[in-house]
Write a protein that binds this ligand. Structure first.
Ligand SMILES: [Zn+2]
Length: 88
């Protein structure tokens, strides 16, 4: 089992985390003026890079959201950083 580093709690088992979204993937606004194609792109199309990726994750135990940089090919965690204002 892989360990992920929560920036608030330290290393924990990967089962305590949930992937949220690719970092920088934001909802198009105003939603009522967005075309169907733009909305579908927002909902279903992601970059999904092979290699270095920056993603928003949540640690389910402390409920904190943060950004994790990881290599999607090797699964290596490259770094984590807090996400200011993301206390949802
Ligand atoms: Zn945590």
């Amino acid at each position: 089992m892989q360990q992920f580093p929560c920036p608030f709690c330290g290393p924990r088992n990967e089962t305590e985390f949930h992937f949220v979204v690719e970092a920088g993937h934001s909802r198009p606004e105003p939603a009522d003026q967005v075309s169907d194609a733009e909305w579908a792109e927002y909902l279903y199309l992601f970059k999904a890079p092979k290699g270095a990726a920056s993603e928003v994750w949540v640690h389910l135990t402390c409920r904190e959201y943060f950004i994790m940089q990881r290599d999607t090919q090797t699964r290596a965690v490259l770094g984590v950083q807090t996400l200011p204002g993301a206390d949802l």
